[in-house]
Write a protein that binds this ligand. Structure first.
Ligand SMILES: [Zn+2]
Length: 179
């Protein structure tokens, strides 16, 4: 029988890399931690989706349940993020395909780790601004766009070099014709 909720007194919420802003999760909680917004469950040193087999098979009866916002929901609430992807100059004919690709990449990442999420996709004049809960997810999406479109259009990707935990990536579509 899985014992992922064993030793409840040792349950600690995770410190994801560089997340001092989540220090409130660093304190020990007795019992089980459940996100009051998305119902992710913290167990076995990581967050699990509520539908994960691990959680469904776990013994939760008789344990204290502590409700907290998980790191990803906290970011959504506070409008903070760890990854930002700006996509510019999208040719009109690829607009819908780009949005689909971004959303699909996000869904795939969330399926792998429920804390890796797209927090927002905002339409801009000639593109989109995508914010993610995890900096590598923004990088992954940029790479996916690049690999999917490199044969069709010229693209420039730049990674902002900032002294912060936030990754900012700019993907600019460029016309193949000389202007
Ligand atoms: Zn949550």
């Amino acid at each position: 029988m899985p014992r992922i909720f064993a030793q409840p007194s040792s349950v600690k919420l995770p410190q994801r890399k560089g997340e001092s802003k989540h220090e409130q999760y660093g304190t020990a909680h007795k019992g089980i931690v459940l996100c009051s917004s998305c119902y992710n469950i913290f167990a076995g040193k990581k967050w699990h989706a509520p539908e994960s087999a691990l959680v469904q098979h776990a013994m939760v009866r008789g344990k204290n349940i502590n409700f907290h916002l998980c790191p990803a929901c906290t970011m959504a609430r506070d409008h903070t993020f760890e990854g930002e992807l700006i996509i510019k100059n999208i040719p009109q004919k690829y607009d819908a395909e780009i949005v689909h690709l971004v959303a699909a990449s996000g869904a795939r990442a969330t399926a792998m780790d429920p804390q890796d999420r797209i927090l927002s996709i905002q339409k801009r004049a000639n593109g989109y601004r995508v914010r993610t809960s995890e900096n590598q997810l923004a990088v992954k999406i940029a790479k996916k766009i690049k690999s999917s479109f490199k044969k069709k259009i010229v693209m420039h990707i730049s990674y902002a070099d900032e002294p912060s935990e936030v990754s900012r990536i700019l993907v600019t579509f460029q016309s193949k014709k000389k202007e």
